[in-house]
Ligand binder design. Structure first.
Ligand SMILES: Nc1nc2c(c(=O)[nH]1)N[C@H]1C(S)=C(S)[C@@H](COP(=O)(O)OP(=O)(O)OC[C@H]3O[C@@H](n4cnc5c(=O)[nH]c(N)nc54)[C@H](O)[C@@H]3O)O[C@H]1N2
Ligand SMILES: Nc1nc2c(c(=O)[nH]1)N[C@H]1C(S)=C(S)[C@@H](COP(=O)(O)OP(=O)(O)OC[C@H]3O[C@@H](n4cnc5c(=O)[nH]c(N)nc54)[C@H](O)[C@@H]3O)O[C@H]1N2
Ligand code: SF4
Ligand SMILES: [Mo]
Length: 713
C-alpha cells in the first residue's frame, strides 16, 4: 500500500509543495501539492525527480579519504580526527587565515547547514570566507546595506498585485524566480499581462520574454547606462516619493549625478532607443502598482552594484518602494534580517592579493585562486568546501582547479564525488533532501506573499549517516580552540541546538509568535499549529514595513549612498568602464539556465538528462552564417583565459553579436563518480570567464557580456 507525504521542495527558491507517493521506502511518484496555499499544485521537472537524489547509486553516504588517486571509506570518527590533526597543524604553522572556507548554493536550501555558517566562521576565525553569493546576488546585499542599513533587507516585487513590471536580466520561466520566491511564477506573470503589462529587458528573447507584453534586447553589460537615463527622465518629470518623503534622503544628489545621462547617450550605449526609455519612465510613474526588478543578469554584471542600487532608487522615486504592487519587504514568521543599527559590514578587511573589500564577512570568490596560488604570509593552504562546486561555478575555473590541486589539505562536505570534491582529501556526505526536516529560513524571507511551512523528513537516514548540522557541530567543536572565549560560548550553545529547536524558538520569538504577543498567549502562531499544517499556512499578502525595518543610523532610506555616487562619477571619467567594441569573430557572452538543471549538480538524474544535447553555444543565424557554421557543428570558443569546444545551436532569439552558453557543465573530469553526468559532459563555460572581471563596487564576478571569440573547430 502506498502512502502520501507532503513537503516543500528545497531545490530552488520557489518553495513548491510536493505530494510524494511512496511505498516500502521508495518514491513512487511526485505531484504538485494542490493544497499548498503558496504553490497551489505547481511543480517543475526537478521537483518531480527529487526522489532520484535519494536513490542515486552515486550518492555518498559514508566519509571518504583519499588514497593516491582513489578514495576509501573511513569512519566518521577517524575522518574528524584526521581533519582536526591536519588543520590544526596548518594553522599552527601558517596562521588562521591559511584555512579558507567556501559555501555553495545549497547551503541556503538546507537549514542544518545555514544555521552553522556563522558558527563555522567563528570557529575557523579566518578572513578567508567565500561563498556562491559573489558569483550571484552580492550586489543586491550591498545595495540593501547602503540604502536600508541591513544586507539581508531585500525587497521583492509584489507580482501578485502589480499592474506594470519591468523585468531585467531574469528568466523566471526557467529559473522559477530568484530573489522573489514565487511558486508558479509563470501564471502570476501572465496575470500581470491580463491586468496591465510587463516588459522583459534581456539580450536573448528568453522563454520569459516570449510571454511578456514586450521584449527589449539590450547590449549585455550596459544596463547601468539604461537605468541612469531612466532615473534622469523620471526625475525630470517630477519624482513621486510618496510615503518615503519623510523617510529618505539623497534626492538632490540623484538629480545631480544623473544629469549627464540623457536618454540619447544611453541609447547609443545600450541599443534601447531614447523614446522607449522615456515611455518606460512615464509608464512607471503613471501606474500606481508597478515595479522594476533586475536579477542575475544585472547582478553578475560589470556594474552589478550600480544596477541593483539604481533599480531600488527608481522604485523609491516612483512611489513603488514599500507600496502595494511595488517592491515590498516580506514579513516572514522568522526574520533573518535584523542587523544592529549602524553596524559596519563593508571593507573591514581586504583580500591579500588583489585588495578586494570584505562584505558581510566574506571575500569575493573570483580571487580565491589568487589566495591559494600566490606565495607569501597569509597564503591559503587548506580549504573546506561545503555544498559547492566552485570547480564548475566560479570564473576562470581552469585556474581554480589548478589551485585546488595544489592545496596542502582539502575537505568537501558534499553528497557527490564531483569536479570539486575529487580534489579533497576527505569528503563528508550529510543526509539530505527527503531524509531531513525542512524549513525555508531564507526563502520565506524572500517570498512574494507571506506564508509558513515546516516539512518533516520522509525517510530516515541510513544507519551511520550524519545530518549536516551534526557534521558542522563536530567540526566546530574540534576546530574552535582559536576562537575567542565569547565565540566559544556561542558555539557551545549552537552545538546543543537542533534545526527543529531553532525553528521552534524562532517562531515563538517571531512576528506571529506568542512571545511577540505577550498579552495574547494563545493567539500566536504556535509550533504545534505550524507542524500540524502539513500543506503550510498562508500569512497574507505583503505589507508595508518602512520606516520600521530601517537600520541606517538616521533611520532614513539613503537614495544616493556615497559609494555609488562615486562609482557613477568614475563611469564618466574612465573609458574602460564602457562596453568594449567587438572585433571580427568576437561576441559578448551571456548565460542561460535549463528547467531540468540546477546549476551543476542535478545532471546525474537520467530522467532529467534525457532528450537533446543541452550544453550548446547559441548564436543568431546571421552570425553563424558569417562564421560559416552549420547547426550542430562543433565550435572552438576562446577567451583571455581559456578555450572550450561545443556544438552550435542557431537561434533567432539571440541579439546579433551575443553568444549564449549555459553554466554547470564540464563533467568529463577524471576521478568523478557521476555515471549519468559523465555521459552528458558538456563543456565548462567558466573555463572561459575571466576572474579579473568583477564589479568594482562589490567584487561580484561579472559574467555578463565578457568578450569571447569563436572559430570553427
Ligand atoms: N558562468 C556562470 N557561472 C555561474 C552562474 C551563471 O549563471 N553563469 N550562476 C552562478 C550562481 S547563481 C550560483 S548560485 C553558483 C552555484 O555555485 P555552487 O554553489 O558552487 O555550485 P552548485 O552547482 O550549486 O553545486 C552545489 C554542490 O552542493 C552539493 N550538494 C547538494 N545538496 C547538498 C546537501 O544537502 N549538502 C551538501 N553538503 N552538499 C550538497 C552538490 O553535490 C554540488 O557539489 O554558480 C554560479 N556560477
Ligand atoms: N532550472 C533552473 N532553475 C534555477 C537554477 C538553475 O540552474 N536551473 N538556478 C537557481 C539559481 S542558483 C539562481 S541564482 C536563479 C537565477 O535566476 P534568474 O535570475 O532568473 O537567472 P537566469 O535564468 O540565469 O537569467 C538571467 C538572464 O539575464 C540575461 N542577461 C545576461 N546578461 C545580461 C545583461 O547584461 N543585461 C540584461 N538585461 N540581461 C542579461 C540572460 O540572458 C538571462 O536570461 O535561478 C535558480 N533557479
Ligand atoms: S520550481 Fe523549484 S521548488 Fe518548485 S518543484 Fe521545481 S525545483 Fe522544486
Ligand atoms: Mo544562484
Amino acid at each position: 500500500m502506498s502512502a502520501l507525504h507532503y513537503r516543500t521542495c528545497n531545490l530552488c527558491e520557489a518553495m513548491c509543495g510536493l505530494e510524494i507517493e511512496h511505498e516500502a521506502g521508495k518514491v513512487v511518484q511526485v505531484r504538485g501539492d494542490g493544497k499548498d496555499p503558496f504553490s497551489k499544485g505547481y511543480l517543475c521537472p526537478k521537483g518531480a525527480r527529487i526522489g532520484d537524489i535519494y536513490s542515486d547509486p552515486n550518492r555518498l553516504r559514508r566519509p571518504l579519504r583519499r588514497r593516491g588517486s582513489d578514495f576509501e571509506e573511513i569512519t566518521w570518527d577517524s575522518a574528524f580526527e584526521h581533519i582536526q590533526d591536519r588543520l590544526e597543524d596548518i594553522r599552527a604553522r601558517h596562521g588562521n587565515d591559511a584555512v579558507a572556507m567556501y559555501y555553495g548554493n545549497p547551503s541556503v536550501h538546507n537549514l542544518g547547514t545555514l544555521m552553522w555558517v556563522r558558527g563555522m566562521r567563528l570557529a575557523l576565525a579566518t578572513k578567508n570566507l567565500y561563498t556562491a553569493t559573489s558569483v550571484d546576488q552580492l550586489p543586491h546585499h550591498v545595495a540593501a546595506y547602503y540604502m536600508f542599513g541591513d544586507p539581508l533587507r531585500l525587497p521583492v516585487p509584489d507580482i501578485n498585485r502589480c499592474d506594470f513590471l519591468i523585468l531585467m536580466g531574469a528568466n523566471p520561466w526557467v529559473s522559477n524566480g530568484s530573489l522573489m520566491s514565487a511558486a508558479g511564477v509563470q501564471d502570476r506573470l501572465q496575470a500581470i499581462g491580463e491586468r496591465g503589462s510587463w516588459v522583459v529587458i534581456d539580450p536573448r528573447r528568453t522563454e520569459t520574454a516570449k510571454h511578456a507584453s514586450e521584449h527589449l534586447a539590450i547590449i549585455p553589460g550596459t544596463d547601468a547606462y539604461f537605468l541612469l537615463a531612466l532615473l534622469r527622465t523620471i526625475l525630470a518629470s517630477g519624482a513621486r516619493l510618496a510615503r518615503l518623503a519623510d523617510h529618505s534622503k539623497g534626492l538632490a544628489e540623484l538629480r545631480q549625478l544623473t544629469e549627464p545621462w540623457t536618454p540619447a547617450r544611453a541609447a547609443a550605449l545600450t541599443g534601447i532607443d531614447a523614446a522607449t526609455i522615456e515611455r518606460l519612465a512615464t509608464t512607471l510613474l503613471q501606474n500606481r502598482r508597478a515595479a522594476i526588478f533586475g536579477r542575475m543578469g544585472l547582478s553578475t554584471h560589470p556594474q552589478g552594484g550600480l544596477c541593483q542600487w539604481l533599480l531600488l532608487a527608481i522604485n523609491a522615486i516612483t512611489g513603488h518602494l514599500d507600496s502595494e504592487g511595488g517592491m515590498m519587504f516580506p514579513s516572514p514568521a522568522i526574520e533573518i534580517a535584523r542587523d544592529r543599527p549602524g553596524k559596519r559590514r563593508h571593507n573591514r578587511w581586504q583580500s591579500r592579493v588583489r585588495g578586494y573589500a570584505e562584505f558581510n564577512g566574506e571575500l569575493p570568490v573570483a580571487t580565491l585562486a589568487d589566495e591559494i596560488l600566490t606565495p607569501g604570509r597569509g597564503q591559503v593552504r587548506a580549504l573546506i568546501s561545503s555544498c559547492g562546486n566552485p570547480a564548475l561555478s566560479t570564473p576562470d575555473a581552469g585556474r581554480l582547479q589548478k589551485a585546488l590541486a595544489s592545496l596542502d589539505f582539502m575537505v568537501s562536505i558534499d553528497i557527490y564525488l564531483n569536479e570539486t570534491s575529487r580534489h579533497a582529501d576527505i569528503i563528508l556526505p550529510p543526509a539530505t533532501g527527503l531524509e531531513v526536516d525542512h524549513y525555508d529560513l531564507a526563502f520565506h524571507s524572500l517570498a512574494i506573499s507571506n506564508h509558513v511551512k515546516y516539512s518533516s523528513a520522509l525517510f530516515a537516514p541510513q544507519e551511520g549517516q550524519l545530518f549536516d548540522y551534526q557534521i558542522y557541530g563536530q567540526l566546530a567543536r574540534r576546530l574552535s580552540k582559536r576562537a575567542s572565549l565569547k565565540h566559544r560560548a556561542e558555539l557551545a550553545l549552537l552545538a546543543r541546538t537542533t534545526p527543529k529547536r531553532l525553528v521552534q524558538l524562532g517562531l515563538a520569538a517571531g512576528a506571529y509568535g506568542k512571545l511577540a504577543r505577550p498579552g495574547r498567549l494563545r493567539a500566536g502562531l504556535s509550533w504545534q499549529r505550524v507542524v500540524d499544517s502539513i500543506h503550510g499556512i498562508d500569512l497574507g499578502p505583503l505589507r508595508p514595513r518602512l520606516p520600521d525595518v530601517l537600520v541606517t543610523r538616521d533611520k532614513k532610506v539613503d537614495l544616493a549612498p556615497q559609494i555609488f555616487v562615486a562609482a557613477v562619477a568614475a563611469l564618466d571619467d574612465h573609458g574602460p568602464s564602457l562596453p568594449p567594441l567587438l572585433g571580427p569573430g568576437e561576441f559578448r557572452l551571456i548565460g542561460r539556465r535549463d528547467l531540468r538543471s540546477n546549476n551543476s549538480w542535478m545532471h546525474n538524474s537520467s530522467k532529467l538528462m534525457a532528450g537533446k544535447e543541452r550544453c550548446t553555444i547559441q548564436l543568431h543565424p546571421l552570425d553563424a552564417d558569417a562564421l560559416g557554421a552549420r547547426e550542430g557543428q562543433v565550435l572552438r570558443v576562446r577567451s583571455k583565459v581559456g578555450a572550450i569546444t561545443l556544438p552550435l545551436e542557431r537561434s533567432e532569439d539571440l541579439a546579433r553579436g551575443v553568444a549564449c552558453i549555459p553554466h554547470g557543465f564540464g563533467h568529463d573530469q577524471a576521478g568523478c563518480d557521476l555515471d549519468v553526468a559523465r555521459a552528458h559532459p558538456g563543456a565548462n563555460v567558466n573555463e572561459l570567464t575571466d576572474a579579473m572581471a568583477v564589479d568594482p563596487v562589490t567584487g561580484n564576478a561579472a559574467f555578463s557580456g565578457q568578450v569571447i571569440s569563436i572559430e570553427l573547430a
